[in-house]
Design a protein around this ligand. Structure first.
Ligand code: OGA
Ligand code: MN
Length: 216
């Protein structure tokens, strides 16, 4: 089922990434799995297992204004059935990306994320330009992948992902596209190229964010 979707649409999506640096895949996983993952976030949140996300290289600074989500890192050795489905699907995607685009992706890191109403995530890049202390074989984020886990999302809920097109600088304006966080939708973009932000959400907003890593 999962691999069928990939086989069907992937050729087109890979072309999008190659030509534009990003793509949007709807129904990347089934609604049943979307629901299961969303329920896991609710349970983790109730059990105080979702933690405030840091920003910056050290992940220490907690700045609620810049970044309002709480997160839970997936651990492959200790994952639920729904998480295993996600990880298996992402593994197929990793192989396909390597075959078609020669990106040398070798691993995935991913976390569940929950934005409470009234929060967002300011404009940022997922990869740092200055890699001062990194050794040459250090892993870097190459492709950002955001899977949304929301049911019946409406425009009034806000929480759009604003993706700026190939923007070199944080400060200058650039054309952008706003993408609704619809359940089952996966957004992929080049981590070092696309500034992006999460617009203020008016309703709790759930996602599973992953980064494919490559070697420097
Ligand atoms: C992130 C991020 C965007 C989104 O987690 O780094 O930018 O739409 N997420 O959740
Ligand atoms: Mn980001």
């Amino acid at each position: 089922m999962l691999s069928q979707y990939i086989a069907h649409d992937l050729e087109h999506q890979l072309t999008q990434i190659a030509e534009h640096g990003f793509c949007v895949m709807d129904n990347f996983i089934t609604q049943a799995t979307v629901l299961a993952l969303a329920n896991e976030i609710s349970s983790l949140d109730s059990a105080s297992q979702m933690h405030e996300a840091g920003t910056g290289q050290t992940q220490i600074t907690i700045n609620k204004q810049l970044r309002g989500d709480s997160i839970y890192w997936l651990n492959e050795a200790n994952s639920s059935v729904a998480q295993k489905i996600y990880l298996a699907q992402m593994e197929l995607l990793r192989i396909a990306l390597n075959q078609h685009l020669y990106l040398g992706l070798f691993a995935l890191e991913s976390h569940l994320a929950l934005y409470q109403a009234g929060t967002g995530y300011g404009k940022h890049l997922d990869q740092f330009h200055k890699n001062n202390t990194r050794s040459s074989d250090q892993a870097v984020r190459k492709i950002s992948c955001i899977l949304y886990l929301n049911q019946n999302w409406t425009e009034a809920n806000g929480g759009y992902l604003r993706l700026y097109h190939n923007q070199a600088s944080e400060t200058t304006d650039a054309p952008y596209v706003d993408i609704a966080p619809l359940g089952g939708r996966l957004v992929l973009f080049l981590s070092d190229t696309f500034y992006h932000e999460v617009l203020l959400t008016n309703k709790a907003r759930a996602s599973l964010t992953g980064w494919f890593l490559t070697r420097q």
